[in-house]
Design a protein around this ligand. Structure first.
Ligand SMILES: Nc1nc2c(ncn2[C@@H]2O[C@H](COP(=O)(O)OP(=O)(O)O)[C@@H](O)[C@H]2O)c(=O)[nH]1
Ligand SMILES: *[C@@H]1O[C@H](CO)[C@@H](O)[C@H](O)[C@H]1NC(C)=O
Ligand SMILES: *[C@@H]1O[C@H](CO)[C@@H](O)[C@H](O)[C@H]1NC(C)=O
Ligand SMILES: *[C@@H]1O[C@H](CO)[C@@H](O)[C@H](O)[C@H]1NC(C)=O
Ligand SMILES: *[C@@H]1O[C@H](CO)[C@@H](O)[C@H](O)[C@H]1NC(C)=O
Ligand SMILES: [Mg+2]
Length: 348
């Protein structure tokens, strides 16, 4: 994949951007590990601020330690119960029963994980602290991730110059047991909106990444999603009427609690349906590791002082990787295909 990168220099103009991290006090040491990598590989040269969010107040220890590792400003925000808790339409007894039924799935019984996924889907981008900073882009960071490669250009500037709205660097397949009715709700949302005279997914099917999500032309979801442990995006993507209405509809359906919808499939489905292919970017040059899944760039020209082995990369080798689906969705361009994404969603 050929990409035109900004100059490898730290003298380019800074963007309105920040790292946004949702994290617990107990994850301090994993957080410092991630921050040290990000700072060493990139941010010590570019000095973007850090924003930390938590549904409990950060401890003095957490604040002092993270502030001392950051090369720039740090901000700390509390997530209150308006963004972390049960909406009044949720039947909490039913939610508890469903968690028990999902005990064999990853985080199946976890209540906090569900609040986390709902927050990352519907709220981090409108948290008062985030709004107050007037950011155009964010880069999501989590504790315990490794950044293996030096990054000597500014990815926010890259996104600005190339009109990218959402960027990821690894893709992955969700366990279908966590999202049994998610896709039906997406299709139903498109139908409901269309009936109300609102067409949110106007892009041509062949200009979208819909085929990343489906092996059968939109009938069923194949589980592919971007891995939101690393995500760089425009905040206004989530402020669109289309996303806010979609989130509201998904939230009303209860699936964040009765199932275990992840923010990764929710973000990814929206980005793939709403954006054009060219607005989504695969950051192939940021060697990255999150627990057992890693991405290490294999292209010769992209190897930039990395300390990882491309052969150990998830990418094409692993059946859980969706990179092949992504590449095929990018290449999908039949001459006689005139339908829009909305046409597809409402016909299935
Ligand atoms: N403050 C807070 N952060 C959480 C909680 N649960 C998860 N997170 C954060 O949300 C992100 C995703 O959680 P993680 O456990 O890494 O989930 P995974 O990446 O899907 O395995 C990480 O940044 C965590 O630090 C929680 O209960 N409270
Ligand atoms: C980044 O830029 C500043 C000035 O703009 C310079 O002082 C600093 O040395 C640079 N840092 C690195 C690591 O290149
Ligand atoms: C929680 O935060 C929201 C803004 O995000 C605010 O409107 C609300 O008043 C806060 N609630 C409490 C109980 O502090
Ligand atoms: C679609 O509209 C119906 C009828 O108003 C409603 O019951 C349902 O929850 C809506 N579903 C979605 C996903 O918007
Ligand atoms: C993926 O993103 C992570 C950052 O989270 C970064 O460390 C890693 O270098 C990125 N990997 C790739 C492949 O770009
Ligand atoms: Mg994680």
């Amino acid at each position: 994949m050929k990409v035109d990168l900004p100059a490898a220099t730290n003298t380019t103009q800074r963007q309105a951007a920040a790292f946004i991290v949702l994290v617990r006090n107990s994850e301090l040491f994993g957080m410092l590990q991630s921050m040290q990598d990000v700072e060493q590989r990139f941010n010590s040269k570019f000095n973007y601020p850090w924003v930390f969010l938590n549904e409990e107040p950060f401890t003095k220890e957490f604040i002092d330690a993270t502030t001392s590792v950051a090369s720039s400003k740090t901000h700390y925000g509390l997530v209150n119960e308006s963004m972390w808790g049960y909406p009044d339409w949720i039947d909490q007894k039913h939610a508890a029963d469903m968690r028990h039924k999902m005990k064999d799935l990853p985080y199946g019984t976890s209540e906090s994980y569900r609040h986390m996924c709902r927050f990352q889907s519907g709220f981090f981008w409108r948290h008062p602290l985030v709004l107050s900073l007037n950011l155009e882009y964010y880069w999501r960071v989590e504790p315990d991730v490794r950044y293996f490669c030096d990054l000597d250009y500014d990815p926010f500037l890259y996104m600005k110059q190339n009109n990218k709205k959402y960027a990821f660097n690894i893709s992955f397949k969700e366990h279908s047991g966590t999202i049994p009715t998610l896709w039906d709700n997406i299709k139903q949302f498109a139908k409901n909106s269309t009936e109300n005279g609102k067409i949110y997914f106007k892009n041509a099917y062949k200009d979208s990444l819909l085929n990343l999500l489906s092996y059968d032309g939109g009938q069923n979801y194949n589980g592919c999603h971007f891995w939101t442990n690393f995500e760089i995006a425009r905040l206004d993507l989530w402020h669109t009427e289309a996303y806010q209405e979609l989130f509201n509809a998904l939230d009303k359906s209860g699936g964040f609690f009765y199932e275990r919808w992840g923010d990764a499939p929710v973000h990814s489905i929206f980005a793939a349906l709403y954006l054009s292919k060219d607005e989504v970017h695969f950051f192939n040059d940021i060697g990255y590791k999150h627990s057992t899944y890693q991405h290490c760039p294999a292209e010769e020209s992209l190897i930039r002082r990395c300390s990882c082995d491309p052969k150990a990369s998830l990418d094409f080798g692993d059946r859980m990787s969706c990179l092949i689906e992504y590449m095929e969705a990018r290449d999908f361009n039949p001459v006689d295909e005139e339908r829009t994404v909305n046409d597809i969603l409402i016909s299935k």
